[in-house]
Design a protein around this ligand. Structure first.
Ligand SMILES: Nc1ncnc2c1ncn2[C@@H]1O[C@H](COP(=O)(O)OP(=O)(O)OP(=O)(O)O)[C@@H](O)[C@H]1O
Ligand SMILES: [Mg+2]
Length: 673
């Protein structure tokens, strides 16, 4: 029984053992399979996998680890036996940290088998090992390409950022709620705000009233994807309140989140706009100047020929008049022809002044004293309900001007002002020293930089509109009734000012008033004022005896007074005959003769000749109301020592007298006579 039992038991035991064996084989097989699967999996992993023990000795590395890093036989070694110190030190340090429970991710740069540097993102973690000791597991992912791509992206972003930040255009990004999200340096400079004041602020705050409406409308349309012009101009208000004109180029972009962003590129065109406007103004001024030049040439030509025709009409009329007595019925008609011809001659004279065919006799002049004289004249002719006010600068620079013509200019402007103020008002004369700089001259055609005396004449009258202003200097432009104005007043003023190398401008507003500004160049080598004073001293006489010949009593008296005050002794006679006689009587006592040209009797010219016969070296000065360059020239050339303009004008008269007296006696000319 026992045996039987034993055999049975044995059989059972054997089959149990066989089962167990088979199971173990199966388990072993499974294990082998699992290990094979594990390492084949590990070896195919595109990452370096390693396992270390607590002493940081490698227990396992996969094929990638060995192949890619080019290390073999690492099992049992530590990092410092495989890698350079710089790298291994941090590897070992990291291992310590992993063991102390900190999970580590680190980027490591490791040279691969081919010597190329690769970047790994290494994850380390603790895992269970044998005998209760942990192991350090690690996976190093090769992120070289990702890093490169990131670097490229970063560089490209950097590049774009630097383009935007350093752009000479202002650049802003605006979000979907009118808010500035970004503002570059340039726009901050442009607006005078710091970036912190711009970013986060509603852009509408910076627009002026005019631009606000359409800018917001376009912004909203753009948000709705509607068509809007991409480029337009807007006005911004700077922090200091100044307005600037800006050209905006707008584009719209969508973010990854699908939000819309407005990108505005802004260029400050304030200066450019100003320059363009200035240019337009200058072109208008040029057109105006060319027009005036053309009209001047035309008018001058017509007036010149017309004057000759008038001279003939006048001449023959006067000849006919000689043959008629006043009771002759034709006499009155001829007189009328003569008067009309005179009037026509006046007109042509005015036209000639406009077209600068009349010479200006320029000399150093204190404009203030001319203004005062005109004031006296105007006060007599202008109605009392017009107040004349004067604001004359002290120490006004001396200008180079013709006093008669200046008087004419002021009278014409004064009379116009009177006509513009039928109900009364204010007429203001102002003088001022001004220096025109390049900037001013760049904006005003014909103006030259330098020192000027500015004469302004303003009224508080009816004023003019822009259209009228464009024409006022043209000859025959008048808004006055027939018979009240010929439209030559301002044309003459224009011609005279141009002849003085000056320039004139008119500002006017309907119902407010009008101001004419005249700039006259100052005499070169300033301190001319001093020159005048010095001259005055040099003008004094030293008891020289002068014979003054003039048929007009008033002028005789005045001339005598002036000359005596300046240290001369003066005898006066009223005509040529008495002059010759007086000279004969007092020969040797007379140092100089001042001789009027137009006198009844023998007249100046013959008187000159006779006096020179008596003493060929006698110093004679001619005085005349005509220009020295006209018919007077040959008389002066016939042996006179100088020419004095009439009406007598102090410095000119004294200067000429002094010069003639100081000149050497002219012998050669007289002996040949
Ligand atoms: N101070 C002013 N205020 C308003 N309008 C003026 C003034 N000065 C001139 N004008 C306008 O300019 C026009 C031309 O002036 P201008 O002196 O050349 O001619 P006029 O006064 O009409 O005639 P004239 O001067 O030949 O007698 C005037 O008719 C007037 O319309
Ligand atoms: Mg006038």
């Amino acid at each position: 029984m026992k045996k039987e039992g034993t055999f049975e038991e044995m059989k059972k035991r054997i089959s149990e053992l066989e089962k167990e064996l088979a199971m173990r084989r199966r388990v072993e097989e499974d294990l082998r399979f699992s290990e094979k699967r594990f390492s084949s999996f590990m070896d195919r992993l595109p990452a370096a996998v390693f396992i270390k023990d607590t002493e940081s000795r490698y227990v396992y590395v996969n094929r990638f680890y060995e192949d890619v890093l080019g290390v073999k036989g690492v099992i049992g070694k530590t990092a410092d036996q495989i890698f350079p110190e710089s790298l291994s030190r941090s590897m070992l340090l990291d291992d310590r940290k992993v063991l102390s429970g900190e999970l580590r991710i680190r980027e490591e740069k490791i040279e691969d088998a081919e010597g190329k540097e690769r970047v790994f993102e290494t994850h380390k973690f603790l895992m269970g090992g044998q005998k209760g000791l942990p192991l350090i597991g690690g996976i190093a992912l090769d992120i070289t390409e990702r890093k490169k791509a990131e670097e490229r992206l970063r560089a490209s972003e950097e590049r774009f950022r630097s383009i935007v930040e350093n752009s000479h255009d202002g650049i802003v990004i605006i979000d979907g709620n009118f808010c500035l999200e970004y503002a570059n340096d340039e726009i901050c400079k442009m607006m005078g705000y710091g970036p912190e004041e711009l970013v986060g602020t509603d852009f509408r705050k910076f627009l002026d009233e005019e631009s606000l409406g359409y800018t917001v409308e376009r912004y909203l349309k753009r948000q709705r994807d509607e068509e809007v012009p991409p480029r337009y101009e807007i006005n911004f208000v700077r922090k200091n309140g100044e307005e600037i004109r800006v050209e905006a180029s707008i584009s719209i972009v969508s973010t990854e989140m699908g939000e819309r962003r407005t990108i505005a590129q802004l260029l400050d065109i304030t200066e450019r706009k100003k320059a363009a406007e200035e240019k337009k103004k200058l072109e208008a001024q040029l057109r105006q100047a060319q027009k005036m030049e053309a009209v001047g040439t035309l008018a001058g030509g017509v007036a010149h020929d017309f004057n000759n025709v008038l001279q003939a009409i006048l001449g023959y009329t006067q000849m006919l008049l000689l043959d008629r007595t006043e009771d002759d019925p034709v006499h009155a008609k001829l007189k009328r022809i003569e008067n009309s011809a005179h009037r026509a001659s006046e007109l042509t004279q005015q036209l000639l002044t406009f077209s600068r065919k009349v010479e200006s006799e320029l000399r150093p002049l204190d404009l203030n004293s001319e203004v005062r004289q005109v004031q006296e004249l105007l006060e007599k002719t202008i109605p009392k309900m017009i107040d004349i006010e004067m604001y004359l600068q002290e120490d006004l620079w001396i200008v180079n001007a013709d006093p008669m013509q200046m008087e004419q200019v002021m009278m014409n402007l004064g009379v116009n002002a009177r006509d513009a103020m039928p109900e009364g008002g204010k007429l203001v004369f102002e003088t001022e020293n001004v220096v025109l700089d390049r900037q001013y001259c760049a904006a005003h055609l014909g103006a030259k930089p330098g020192k000027f005396v500015l004469l302004s004449i303003s009224d508080t009258g009816i004023g003019m509109d822009k259209d009228a202003l464009d024409h006022i200097f043209e000859p025959f432009y008048t808004t006055k009734e027939v018979g009240k104005g010929t439209g030559l007043g301002l044309a003459m003023v224009y011609g005279i000012v141009k002849n003085h190398d000056g320039y004139i401008m008119c500002y006017s507003e309907p119902n407010k008033g009008t101001t004419f500004k005249i700039y006259l160049p100052v005499v070169e080598s300033q301190s001319a004022k001093e020159k005048v004073i010095v001259e005055e001293r040099e003008l004094r006489g030293g008891g020289e005896r002068i014979l003054l010949v003039d048929d007009e009593e008033l002028l005789r008296k005045m001339g005598k007074e002036i000359l005596e005050r300046f240290g001369y002794r003066v005898f006066t006679v009223r005509d040529g005959e008495s002059a010759v006689e007086a000279y004969r009587e007092r020969e040797g006592e007379i140092d100089l003769v001042i001789l009027d040209l137009v006198m009844p009797g023998m007249g100046g010219k013959r008187c000159l000749e006779e006096l020179l016969c008596l003493n060929h070296s006698l110093k004679i000065v001619i005085a005349s109301g005509y220009s020295v360059n006209g018919s007077t020239r040959d008389v002066v050339d016939a042996g006179a020592k100088g020419f004095i303009r009439k009406p007598y004008e102090l410095t000119q008269m004294l200067g000429t007298v002094r010069e003639a007296l100081d000149s050497l006696p002219d012998t050669g000319k007289g002996e040949n006579r």
